[in-house]
Write a protein that binds this ligand. Sequence first.
Ligand code: GLN
Length: 548
Amino acid sequence: MSKTRRKFIFVTGGVMSGVGKGVTTASIGALLRARGLRVTAVKIDPYVNVDPGTMNPVEHGEVFVTADGQESDQDLGNYERFFDTDLGRENYMTTGSVYLSVIERERSMGYGGKTVEVVPHIPLEVISRITAAADRANADVTLIEVGGTVGEYQNILFLEACRMMRLDRPNDVLAILVSYLPVPGTLGEMKTKPTQYACRSLNSVGLQPDMIICRSTHLLDESRKRKLSMNCNVSPEDVISAPDAPSIYNVPIRLHEERVGERICKKLGIKTKGERMKPWEDLLATSSKQAKQVRIGIVGKYFSTGDFTLSDAYLSVIEAVKHAAWAVGRKPEISWLNSEAYEQSPAQMKRELAQLDGILIPGGFGSRGVEGKIRAIQYAREKKIPFLGICYGLQLAVIEYTRHVLGYAHAHTTEIAPKTPNPVIHLMNEQEERMKNHDYGGTMRLGNYPCVLAPHSIAQRLYGGAALIQERHRHRFEVNPEYVPRLMEKGLRFSGQSPDGTLAEIIELPKHPFFVASQFHPEFTSRPFSPNPLFLGFVKAASGKRKH
Ligand code: GLN
């Protein structure tokens, strides 16, 4: 498809946030891909932070890292998983990042001394980023998900970008409204009025939705479809019913049944073959089959704000566990374990961990709950329960080993104990200066780095015999190489290293059913149709432990 024929679909949200706009966008992309089209997606977050990397996980949830090192929103994870494609820097923007570019360009005379104005220069920068992402992916269709809800002050310039693009190329740009239809408990009846107002809000910024995707607890009935069609100026076939689904992987099938892909292609004048939904149907069949369970405990810390935030912060980890479990024919049962409680009550820890088939320690920062995580790792190591450590999980596993096997009782990471006599985890060289200068934004070791796998190691076996792999990172600290020889002598194997041999990437214990940890984040590359090898090995080992 030539450059001029590129198509764009803006996805906006109505009524409230958190209704699955990201999954809907990802699913629309999946349908278009299932027609053989090249698809990419851009996520726009309306906040002023340049990226979410410096935000508290409770504020933001997971920070998804792309291969080229962009710290971005978890929706990029959904797109990558649903499109089975790597995305990059050009697929993400925030208000802060857009303004930053415009201001930097102005400072370097990039606007040739002209007055730089919020409109049109900010929407023009947004449009140029969207078209750059489309060009980069050579995409037939580019989806643009506008974060937040229509009617909010802070995303108005992104809607303006949509309006301007549409004016410029009327046959190439669609606007989809993903809205919510509440069923108030007192009425027991689905209400369409909030969606009508959301549509009016869009109209008030010069946009008419081409399609309304109606999220609700229930299916939308014909009379409500007609009502919305009539009041929102959308044909009844473009009012789509998208009720709550048992899993996010049901959504592409649901939207396929509502002929969303077909309608979109018709509107955009794209001719394709039909949608090939077989892989999605198979995935659904495997995931919903009542298979045997595998119980995985994720020992983390973000519990004070409740389960929702917690699972949000570890979204890719959860998905990676699911992908691996389905691949080995198991039903994943994930439990959230509070490492802080383990510091008070070792009895509770034993009681909880003894129930599990596998223990996972995900990435993290700071001191809260760390001692509890170290205890959980010790338990997994000594009781031979399959263990997977990710990033902080690797660092804490090395601390645990140094303390309890090497006998350096005060070994620690300088992240939380700068004066420890045994800094077995310390700041990477390149980070020292940055920390001194409070240069925090986007300065961790981010994105893909190569990792050499040791011959005949568990890690190499898991990665199918590969000698070199690439995985994604997000950290400032590393295993202190001074301690590596002593740790190796006591049986800890460093089975993955940076090519120059200085940085520990994977550790493993040969005489354990499964004890592997990585400095990188394997969860970011796990896909529903191709689970990450470390997760697969871990869940397989955990499934082996459980006989029924
Ligand atoms: N806090 C650790 C570091 O910065 C681990 C980071 C992580 O788990 N993502 O190195």
